[in-house]
Structures are given as structure tokens and as C-alpha cells.
Design a protein around this ligand. Structure first.
Ligand SMILES: C[S@@+](CC[C@H](N)C(=O)[O-])C[C@H]1O[C@@H](n2cnc3c(N)ncnc32)[C@H](O)[C@@H]1O
Length: 376
């Protein structure tokens, strides 16, 4: 894996976190005085140079036979990645709580965990798909469901009708008795999930996480912090249209996508987001952080690594796409979600020892399912 991997940690300045930090480079002569600069403005020349670099490294495409291999065996390439790196590669993403307060509802918005009691999953058709765990197995007795006041928009009275097509029965999926449900897709080895579970001890919270790498999921399940009464990790390919998620539609408060959408082939992204959108409760949110167009990692690719426009394969067979804000907006709004946030984080990282500058571009999005939704 090349050195261009980074989780894109938003900066903290003076111990106090601001949106994407606030250390600005006003005097270029001071560039090597700090490790990173926030909200960097690109000059026209720099943008043009980036564009021409991308044109250059995209001229020669990977042959069709190899492309098919990278697609069919995508999970195997990620399995190999995790066999080598185990849980040492990505860092725990504690910064997510500042960026996305929805992930720490008991810390940030005390009532969120008990909100929307009316939106709990109603009676529905039985399915053979569900793992069939009972509420007792999750240690969440219904007594723990409080009658607190709600902070999210009120759920429409007709939600139960829109759920009539559900495949999973109300009390027969993991976390059925929880009142706040978070799903992380492409969870890797749990660098987001474990910080969430550690930050929230509230028994009304349940966290689902999936990845199509069985090696990664196994590392989550065997982590000493993995508690099946609060968390359910499962193998799932977000591009697989045949296999359903082990939760009913309209049942999740939050879905997290951290550097995962970029790992799938662009023509499968829309359907993957559509399917996820259906799982959100009305008022629920989808949170994303991912690579932006002309990020340093894109510029570093060599000729012959390009699969299609802005989509590349790394040396280890894993793939990465570089988004624009508009592309992400289209993906989410086409899935029936409304924009709450769509930001670009341009950071200048500095290697002071080697006197190197690295221009990073990440995009951060938050999209909400309308209370009156036609995607359910
Ligand atoms: C860059 S890693 C990010 C991991 C994790 N989200 C984190 O931030 O630490 C991308 C992850 O997406 C997973 N992934 C890629 N394509 C996927 C797919 N089609 N379905 C499910 N997971 C996928 C990979 O196995 C890998 O764990």
C-alpha cells in the first residue's frame, strides 16, 4: 500500500476542534513551520496542473480482463490487505464525534436515544433472512425504552403503512429492541465502530457493521471490545442486490460510509446508496467522508493504474474513486435524501523532515431522509 493512504483526520487547533481546523497559511514562507494547514486555497495554476496530471495518468487504462478480475475478486484483494495489516493500518476515528454528533447521541444529544419511539419497527412479515436473534440475547429489555421527548423530526403517522413490504419481523433481528441504530458499511476492522461503542454505554444504542472482507469482519468479531449484545458484525457486499441487510427498512438512525463508497465500481454506487437509503428511518442520516477529486493520492497514480475516469487500482488490487461534491450530491439526492452538509476539506500536509508538501482533498457529507419520504 502506498504512502498516500490517510484517514483525513480533521484538524484540531489548540485542543479545540473547529470544522476542518483553522490553521491557515497566509504566508507561504511559513509552510514548513507546521505539519498541516487547513482550508488551503488552490491557485489556478495548481488546479490546471492537477487536471493535466490526471489526464496523463488516465490515458492508459487497465485491460478488460484485469478489470473483471479486480471486480469479481474485490473482496479477496481486501482480505489479503487485512491479512497483511490486520488491525494496524487504520487509526481509530475518534474525530468523527465532532464532525458527526449523531454518532455519540448520549454524549451530544441526550434525548436522541429515546427519540422516535413511535418509529420503532412495527409488526411485519416474517423472513427467513434474519439471523433470528431474540431481544433477550441483546440484553435490551423493553423496560429500557424511555418515554422521553423527541429531538428528531416527528415520524409521520403513516410510517407503519409504508413498512408493509418489510421482510424482517420486528422482534427477530439483532438490536430489535434498541431505540437508536447505527450501521457502518465497509467497517474494516472496526476503527469507527469500537470508538462509538466505547463512547456510548447506553443500552438503547445498537451498532451494526459490515464489510465484504470476511477477514476484516473476523477481526471485528474477535476484538476484545466486541460485545454481541450491543453490536452485530456481518459479511456483506454493498453491491450485492440479491442479499438483504439483516435489518428492516426504515429502521436505522444513522448509516456511516467512511472511505468505502470510493472502493466500489462507479456504476454500482447509485444502487448501493438507494438500497441503504431504504434502511434509514424518516429523519435518519447518511454520513460520508471520502476522497475528493485531485487528492494527492489521485495525482500519484502512475499510467496503467487507471480503470475508468477518476477510478484507479492500487498496487495491491484494491480500488479507489475520487469524487466531486456534485457527484455525491447526485448520488444521495437521487436516493431520495436531502442535503444537510456537503463540504470539501482541502488540507496541506507537510513533511517537515523531507520538506515535502502534500495537498489532500476529502469530501464530507451528511444527507437526511425526509420525514415524508417516497423511498421507503
Ligand atoms: C479504505 S477501507 C475503510 C475501512 C473503514 N471504513 C475505516 O474507515 O477504517 C475500505 C473498506 O471498504 C470495504 N469494502 C470495499 N468494497 C466493499 C463492498 N463492495 N462491500 C462492503 N465492503 C466493501 C473494504 O473491505 C475495506 O474494509
Amino acid at each position: 500500500m502506498d504512502g498516500s493512504w490517510s484517514e483525513g483526520v480533521p484538524a484540531a487547533v489548540g485542543g479545540k476542534r473547529q470544522q476542518f481546523g483553522s490553521r491557515f497559511l497566509s504566508d507561504p514562507a511559513r509552510v514548513f513551520h507546521h505539519n498541516a494547514w487547513d482550508n488551503v486555497k488552490w491557485s489556478e495554476e495548481q488546479a490546471a496542473a492537477a487536471e493535466s496530471r490526471v489526464q496523463e495518468n488516465s490515458t492508459q487504462r487497465v485491460c478488460q480482463e484485469k478489470q473483471v478480475d479486480y471486480e469479481i475478486n474485490a473482496h479477496k484483494y481486501w482480505n489479503d490487505f487485512y491479512k497483511i495489516h490486520e488491525n494496524r493500518f487504520f487509526k481509530d476515528r475518534h474525530w468523527l464525534f465532532t464532525e458527526f454528533p449523531e454518532l455519540a447521541p448520549s454524549q451530544n444529544q441526550k434525548d436522541l436515544l429515546s427519540e422516535n419511539k413511535r418509529s420503532e419497527v412495527p409488526e411485519c412479515r416474517r423472513s427467513e433472512d434474519g439471523p433470528g436473534l431474540t431481544t433477550e440475547q441483546h440484553g435490551c429489555s423493553s423496560d429500557s425504552l424511555g418515554g422521553h421527548k423527541t429531538q428528531l423530526p416527528p415520524v409521520e403517522e403513516n410510517v407503519t403503512q409504508t413498512l408493509s413490504h418489510l421482510e424482517i419481523c420486528a422482534d427477530e433481528f439483532p438490536g430489535a429492541s434498541a431505540t437508536y441504530r447505527i450501521l457502518e458499511v465497509g467497517c474494516g476492522v472496526g476503527n469507527t465502530v469500537f470508538p462509538i461503542l466505547q463512547t456510548n454505554n447506553d443500552p438503547r444504542l445498537f451498532v451494526y457493521c459490515c464489510d465484504f472482507s470476511s477477514t476484516a469482519v473476523e477481526l471485528v468479531q474477535t476484538n476484545s471490545a466486541y460485545d454481541p449484545s450491543r453490536c452485530f458484525a456481518f459479511v456483506h457486499d454493498l453491491c450485492d442486490e440479491e442479499k438483504s441487510y439483516p435489518v428492516p427498512g426504515n429502521s436505522l438512525d444513522v448509516i456511516i460510509l467512511i472511505f468505502v463508497l470510493s472502493a466500489i465500481v462507479p456504476d454500482k454506487m447509485q444502487k448501493a446508496i438507494n438500497r441503504l437509503s431504504k434502511l434509514l428511518k424518516p429523519g435518519g442520516v447518511m454520513l460520508l467522508r471520502d476522497y475528493g477529486r485531485y487528492d494527492m493520492a489521485q495525482l500519484r497514480f502512475k499510467k496503467g493504474q487507471c480503470l475508468s475516469e477518476n477510478f484507479y487500482v492500487r498496487g495491491d488490487g484494491t480500488r479507489v474513486y475520487f469524487f466531486t461534491q456534485d457527484e455525491l450530491d447526485t448520488l444521495f439526492t437521487t436516493a431520495g435524501l436531502e442535503k444537510v452538509q456537503n463540504l470539501v476539506d482541502r488540507r496541506l500536509q507537510v513533511n517537515r523532515g523531507k520538506q515535502l508538501t502534500m495537498y489532500r482533498v476529502w469530501i464530507q457529507c451528511k444527507y437526511r431522509k425526509p420525514v415524508l419520504s417516497n423511498t421507503s
